[in-house]
Design a binder for this molecule. Structure first.
Ligand SMILES: CC(C)(COP(=O)(O)OP(=O)(O)OC[C@H]1O[C@@H](n2cnc3c(N)ncnc32)[C@H](O)[C@@H]1OP(=O)(O)O)[C@@H](O)C(=O)NCCC(=O)NCCS
Length: 117
C-alpha cells in the first residue's frame, strides 16, 4: 500500500506520514515553511530504521515541488549521524551556513530540484 502524507488543517505547514500497511495512525511528521525550509523531521521512535524517514523526506520534497519550490533547506546537528546519513543519501549537500544552538553545532543542507510549476 502506498505511503502518503496528510497535513494539519490548523497548522497547514505540518505534515504527517502514514504507512497504512503498518498502522492506521501517523508514524512520523515534518514541517515545511513557505520559504522551503524543512524542520522537525521525525519518525516516531518505535517505527525508526524501516525506511520511513527516507520516505518521509522524499514525500516532503515532492510536496515542496508541488508548492513551486526549487530547493529544500534544513538544519541538522553535526552529531546527528542518522539524520546526516539520511539527507546525504538523498543527495543533500552543505550550503556552508553553520552555527551553534542550545543542542550544539548545526550545519545547513540543501537539495535543489526543478519545481512542478
Ligand atoms: C532521522 C530519522 C527521521 C530517520 O528515520 P528512520 O525511519 O529511522 O530512517 P530510515 O530507516 O529511513 O533510514 C534512512 C537512512 O538513515 C540512516 N540511518 C537510519 N538508521 C540508522 C542507524 N541506526 N544508524 C546509522 N544510520 C542510520 C541511514 O543513512 C539510512 O539509510 P540506509 O538505509 O541506506 O543506510 C529518525 O531517526 C528520527 O526521527 N530521529 C529523531 C529526530 C531527528 O533526529 N530528526 C532529524 C532532525 S534534522
Amino acid at each position: 500500500m502506498p505511503r502518503h502524507l496528510t497535513f494539519d488543517l490548523e497548522k497547514p505547514w505540518r505534515w504527517y506520514l502514514h504507512a497504512p500497511e503498518i498502522i492506521s495512525t501517523p508514524v512520523g511528521r515534518a514541517n515545511l515553511a513557505p520559504s522551503g525550509y524543512l524542520w522537525g523531521v521525525e519518525v516516531y521512535e518505535e517505527w525508526r530504521g524501516r525506511g520511513l524517514g527516507r520516505e518521509l523526506v522524499r514525500l516532503m520534497i515532492a510536496a515542496a515541488k508541488q508548492q513551486g519550490h526549487c530547493f529544500v533547506r534544513l538544519r541538522v546537528h553535526a552529531t546527528n549521524d542518522v539524520a546526516l546519513g539520511l539527507y546525504i543519501g538523498l543527495g543533500f549537500s552543505p550550503t556552508g551556513l553553520e552555527g551553534t544552538d542550545s543542542v550544539g553545532p548545526w550545519i545547513e543542507l540543501e537539495l535543489e530540484f526543478e519545481s512542478d510549476e
